[in-house]
Design a protein around this ligand. Structure first.
Ligand code: H79
Length: 435
């Protein structure tokens, strides 16, 4: 029986908190219509019509080694792949359904190849598993808020056997936790209305998962959606509390704390454009410069960022996403020390950027120049051992000028006369404190 234990919890979370940056991958049959992973629900497509994508599915370019390499090059430390999304299609060889990749033209267990490729790159392995299943006959259809058949009374819920669904869902989770070696992250999605907690058989499910995969890190969505902190924040966690809060498409304005004011672990999952699954017509990609600053924002607020890619029908990550990943990677190659193992600085955000911290190392992230001496707000004069530019290790002197008389409590760094920062996106000052 699983019981919350603070020490075990902190130990289990160590690698994950250090990592700070991961890749989310949304991929499945919905990559063929290419209108997002909710396409069957949004367009209320009947099962028979959706089956055409099942008969067509044959991702000729599927090579998870390429995905894993792209994640690694971007500086990500873990990857989470949709083993099954809400449409119910499994990228793994499940005994409990015929709706799976091994029964398509491609005939492969795509999850098996994925876990191997991700491990080979030294990255942690995550799997996303949808609690919702629009394919299964025992999942409520008519009247369910999200089901593709919600508006069609012909799909009455009479004779649908909920217990049968829960058993099926648990069986599939057991397969995922048994057949693919060590799983580092299990990402359930998601609870809504009364579909929550024990309705999913959550205590039993988590007991099984923790027995099969004692080290696994679980999200909080057995009792939450993309909003809501879940019971970890209440100081009285349920057995299925999950290990991190999972704000979706938002960075919490003030980080996240529990009722006692202690910081909670969280992970903001964020898309690069406006869709999780591949969307051929969605070219609204965020610039890499923005994503880098948002990653730093997450770290400075004590959270992780899980950045999404949606490979296309052939299995290729879109070129726009590859470009963004490589630009983030270039920044990370020089500055990742200010991300990995870093967290809350306990210092108010300066006007020009943000501060992250690892022990007695403070990282002042400069998103813009200060046009003069750089105020290292939050540091007491006389407590600095040295300041270096993180990108090249060069010495940054403490400013020794008239400003000190007007601002005796603030230490200023002197970046010299060049008005242009060495890194236009985020120039990082590493400040080592004496204690
Ligand atoms: O897997 C991704 C999403 O498919 C799933 N969680 C992430 C990680 C998810 N996103 N949003 N939701 C679940 C909540 C439902 C949002 C909806 Fe809609 C608003 C469903 C229908 C209206 C967004 C807009 C999806 C379709 C249209």
């Amino acid at each position: 029986m699983y019981q919350f234990n603070r020490e075990e919890y902190n130990k289990r979370m160590e690698w994950y908190v250090d990592a700070r940056f991961g890749m989310f991958i949304h991929w499945g049959l919905y990559s063929i219509p290419a209108r997002g992973e909710w396409v069957r629900s949004v367009e209320e497509i009947p099962k028979e019509d959706y089956m055409k994508y099942f008969y067509e599915f044959d991702p000729k370019d599927y090579d998870p080694k390429k995905w894993a390499r792209a994640a690694k090059e971007a500086g990500m430390k873990y990857v989470v792949l949709t083993a099954k999304h809400h449409d119910g299609f499994c990228l793994f060889d499940s005994k409990y359904t015929e709706f799976k990749s091994t029964n398509t033209k491609c005939g492969r267990d795509l999850v098996a190849e994925y876990v191997e490729a991700v491990r080979a790159e030294g990255l942690k392995v995550g799997l996303y598993f949808s609690l919702i299943d629009w394919y299964h006959d025992d999942f409520p259809h008519y009247g369910d808020r999200q089901h593709p058949m919600r508006n069609n009374p012909a799909y009455t819920n009479e004779n649908r056997n909920w217990d049968n669904y829960v058993t099926f869902m648990h069986n599939q989770v057991r397969e995922i936790c048994t057949n693919y070696g060590q799983i580092d992250v299990l990402w359930f999605d998601f609870s809504y209305d009364d579909m929550m907690g024990e309705k999913w058989g959550a205590t039993k499910l988590v007991n099984m998962v923790r027995e099969l995969q004692p080290q696994v890190i679980i999200d909080n969505r057995l009792e939450a959606s993309g909003q809501g902190y879940g019971s970890l924040a209440t100081g009285n966690p349920t057995p299925y509390h999950g290990d991190f809060v999972s704000p979706e498409q938002i960075i919490p304005p003030h980080g996240i704390r529990d009722v006692n004011g202690d910081p909670l672990n969280w992970e903001a999952c964020i898309t690069m454009n406006n869709n999780w699954g591949y969307c051929a017509r969605d070219k609204f990609f965020k610039p890499s410069s923005m994503i880098i600053k948002k990653l730093v924002e997450c770290v400075s607020k004590g959270g992780n960022m899980l950045l999404n890619v949606g490979p296309d029908a052939y299995g290729n990550i879109p070129p726009e996403s590859m470009q963004i990943l490589s630009e983030i990677g270039a920044w990370m190659k020089k500055n990742s020390k200010s991300v990995y193992g870093c967290g809350l600085a306990g210092i108010e955000k300066p006007d020009y950027g943000r501060v992250t911290r690892n022990g007695n190392l403070l990282y002042y992230h400069m998103f813009e120049n200060t046009m003069g001496p750089v105020p290292l707000t939050g540091i007491k004069p006389g407590t600095i051992k040295k300041i270096r530019l993180l990108c090249d290790g060069s010495e940054v002197p403490i400013s020794d000028s008239w400003v000190h008389t007007d601002y005796p409590d603030i230490v200023f760094a002197n970046l010299g006369p060049d008005p242009v920062l060495p890194d236009a996106v985020d120039t990082v000052l590493e400040v080592e404190l004496t204690e």
